[in-house]
Design a protein around this ligand. Sequence first.
Ligand SMILES: Cc1ncc(COP(=O)(O)O)c(C=O)c1O
Length: 386
Amino acid sequence: MEYRDGTRCVKAGLPEPVPGEPFLPGPVFAAPYNLDPVTGPAPGLDGYGRMDNPTRRRLESAIGSLEGGDCLTFASGQAAITGLLLTLLRPGDMVMLPADGYYQVRSFATATLRPLGVVPLLVPTAGPYPSFAGVKLVLLETPANPGLDVCDIAEVAAAARAAGAVVAVDNTTATPLGQRPLALGADLVVASGTKALTGHSDLLLGYVASNDADLLAALRGWRDRTGAVPGGFDAWLAHRSLGTLELRLTRQALNAAAAAALLATRPDVDWVRWPGLPDDPAHQVAARQMRRMPGVVSFDLGSRERAIRFLSECRLVRPATSFGGLHTTADRRAQWGDDVSEGFIRLSCGIEDTDDLVSDLTSALDASLAPERTAAVEGGEQAAEA
Ligand SMILES: Cc1ncc(COP(=O)(O)O)c(C=O)c1O
């Protein structure tokens, strides 16, 4: 029987119940393990922590069950993405990367891939996609961070694979409950587990998932040799957090819907993007492809000054980067190097009560209006009342 999302999260990766044992066994902390002095390292026995850790394996089984593939975890999302890029790409290869996705991936392409002779092609997530002829790897990020455009994974993956490319999808924003790229035709999922997947803002994690044994073996070899693994405690915390993933995502999406609705009605907000809004340019594809909407909303307050005043006026919403956590956070993305306008805010809705969040956003937006603009808005209201 196929359980629903909440049940799958609660059960993911847990061992069969054993009387007297905990539901989720505690973290194993080990660099070396005891070896048999006669046989030495043996298959099925843990030998050294970079390769072997039972807490990490349990987490991988949990994430793999949600993504619908086998999973390898990494020390961070960037460790997973850069490991994937460096495992698959060779001098002369072309790699298609999102022009509007996580900016550090583009920085890595410039700083590391280009000097190695790999040719990056930047393509906007919403397309149009150029020919895939000669492309070795296509990395999609949908919804893209921070602009929240989406692409049709099945359509792009079919065309790219037909041309011989390997297709990977960054599933960070959607999470495996939001969409299952492997079922939509991708060869690989790669993601940051730092964000909504684990959701408590207390650890860094990355992973790849796939049903292609050769790709996974190559990535495992890369990870064994380079060593970017999560530690036992982080792996255990991540696994514990997975149990509430469905609950957290449900509340985050509810809060994002309320925040997007508020922002869309405010004349002092230049624009708002959330794939769940019926008139959002990404809505049709997102509604068809995604199993739930993300908790992230993007909007523009028109200027750096207004955005900073807004962040300073929030009482509940915290100014912080990252997204997907329990606490609602807001981030002015231009300060990190994203190619966005100065007033661009990425709002990551947490799991607070919706009314409290809407009220905080409303008062911070009101208070952040420039004095002259406040006067104009109040004048308008008086005129409307008159
Ligand atoms: C879409 C996306 N992918 C990957 C990463 C990198 O993840 P990490 O910060 O865990 O290295 C991020 C980080 O913000 C991200 O937003």
